[in-house]
Write a protein that binds this ligand. Structure first.
Ligand SMILES: CCCCCCCC/C=C\CCCCCCCC(=O)N[C@@H](CO)[C@H](O)/C=C/CCCCCCCCCCCCC
Ligand SMILES: [Ca+2]
Ligand SMILES: [Zn+2]
Length: 264
């Protein structure tokens, strides 16, 4: 039995050919496409700084975990080791767990928790610990299980979309759903239709997934921050802005705290 550190000790191998450009990096494009995680994490920390000061500094922790996901994913694709696979998947699991604890609106908590965020966070923590142990049992199904959590997030986002009359928020939801659908289609296609993609020498679908899902994250973060603020800080006004310019056709969303002259 190979060591968990050994190259290609994971049962999962993505469609990109191995060791094509380097003897050290197994999947070149799949490894370096994770650079978007390392760029977007610090940028979101910077852009969301005013919001974090006003509402919750946990945004910094979430962004740091997001960068860790990118680093572990780089390690996984460069080695295709079992350890790399587990680190990558467990970092995603804990990132999602933290996002749930912080941003899940109270109206979606199970009724027996009586709306307590502390109790909800404990429930999420226990579920995440149990899932961490379960992930060792059938490692090949972990990624499918993680992807299916996205369906629950989508359900929450769609419910909030239906309730909202804020045009900018609705636009953000539409863009994020499109990004996520394209990302998931790339991920599934790389997994399930590899024979076809290899025949036409197109091995980049998993790299495209990395880029698209990493851009879904700032969108998800801004949507959930605004939904959270609308429930928890109804007196405050927050505005969606885009970096580098609001007027550019594409940009990275962030939340600006609007202060009226009395408070600032
Ligand atoms: C109320 C809760 C709100 C939670 C919001 C969370 C938003 C998180 C967004 C992005 C997370 C990024 C995770 C990317 C992982 C990239 C690493 C990777 O590629 N790993 C693969 C192997 O290299 C592995 O096979 C991937 C496994 C699947 C990961 C599934 C991630 C689910 C992302 C959920 C996004 C939902 C967005 C819905 C928007 C409408
Ligand atoms: Ca491969
Ligand atoms: Zn990957």
């Amino acid at each position: 039995m190979p060591s968990i550190f050994a190259y290609q000790s994971s049962e999962i191998d993505w469609c990109e050919s191995n060791f094509q450009y380097s003897q050290v990096v197994a999947e070149f494009y799949n490894t370096f496409s994770n650079v978007t995680f390392l760029l977007l994490g610090p940028l979101m920390m910077y852009l969301m700084h005013p919001y974090a000061q006003k509402r919750s500094r946990s945004i910094y922790g979430i962004s740091a975990l997001f960068m860790l996901v990118g680093l572990f994913s780089m390690y996984f694709h460069s080695t295709l080791s079992f350890l790399g696979q587990l680190l990558d998947e467990l970092a995603i699991l804990w990132l999602l767990g933290c996002c749930y604890s912080i941003w899940m609106p109270r109206c979606y908590f199970p009724a027996f928790l009586g709306g307590s965020r502390l109790q909800f966070s404990c429930l999420v923590f226990i579920t995440t610990v149990v899932s961490t142990f379960l992930s060792f049992l059938r490692p090949t199904v972990n990624a499918y299980a993680l992807n299916s959590i996205a369906l629950h997030i989508l359900y929450i986002v769609v419910q909030e979309y239906k309730k909202s009359t804020n045009k900018e928020l609705r636009h953000l939801v539409q863009v994020s759903v499109v990004l996520w659908v394209l990302a998931l289609a790339s991920w599934l296609s790389d997994r399930l239709l590899c024979g076809f993609w290899q025949r036409i020498h197109f091995f980049y679908l998993h790299s495209i997934w990395h880029v698209l899902i990493s851009f879904t994250f700032p969108y998800g973060m801004v949507i959930l921050s605004l939904v959270d603020a609308s429930y928890e800080m109804p007196g405050e006004t927050f505005k969606i802005r885009y970096w580098p310019r609001d007027t550019w056709p594409v940009g990275l969303p962030y939340v600006e705290v609007q202060c009226d002259t009395k408070k600032c």
